[in-house]
Design a protein around this ligand. Structure first.
Ligand SMILES: NC(=O)CC[C@H](N)C(=O)O
Length: 194
């Protein structure tokens, strides 16, 4: 298995380290030609969604990425990565890849100094969740499955090949969410073969 990680800005190194600890190969996406290689899934890390969104355009990666995700490439967005995937952003007019039928509210849990960690269920399993200026998901269409809510706010969702979380699993030692993503990819392979 080989997972591409958008490596322009933000917490991408931590995703790469976690994937390596799970025995998964990684491809860093820094320029358009990196995206032509073969990989099984894509991770969009936390960071600053406005910066990453702009860089995707500047580096001419935007269209290729949007087409690949819409064509079924499994994608996992954490925090700013989730914002990149959202079709609607409540407190901002400009969206980015807009592949996921969710509305997000940026910086919904307060400023950097209001960052916190908690133990909370994700898809029925208690995991450590670390929130750093994270968004929450204020609305989803019926084709979106809610995987976690924290204090009445949706913080993890899945829509087909797309997984989005408002927190930072890559900054903890808990591999549950990454394993969930890897299982999504494995079952999409099985579906494609049968
Ligand atoms: N930790 C994060 O990824 C923060 C996301 C950031 N607030 C944004 O809107 O892009």
């Amino acid at each position: 298995m080989n997972i591409a990680v958008l490596a322009l800005q933000g917490a991408f190194i931590e995703h790469i380290q976690m994937l390596k600890s799970l025995g998964v190969d990684t491809t860093e996406i820094r320029k358009k030609s990196d995206f032509n290689q073969n990989f099984d899934g894509l991770i969009l890390s936390g960071g600053e969604s406005t910066v990453m969104g702009k860089l995707l355009h500047d580096l001419d990666l935007f269209e290729d990425m949007k087409i690949a995700i819409e064509g079924g490439l499994p994608v996992f967005g954490t925090c700013a990565g989730l914002i990149l995937l959202a079709k609607n952003i409540d407190n901002q007019s400009k969206n980015h890849l807009a592949t996921m039928d969710v509305t997000v509210q940026r910086n919904a849990f307060g400023r950097q100094c209001a960052s916190f960690s908690t133990t909370h269920p994700f898809h029925g399993q208690q995991i450590e969740m670390r929130f750093i200026r994270g968004p929450y998901i204020s609305d989803v269409k019926t084709n979106v499955t809610i995987l976690s809510e924290y204090q009445g706010k949706i913080v993890a969702v899945r829509q087909g090949n797309q997984l989005g979380v408002a927190f930072h699993p890559e900054l903890t030692k808990d591999t549950t969410v990454h394993n969930y993503f890897l299982d999504m990819i494995k079952s999409s392979h099985v579906a494609a073969e049968s």
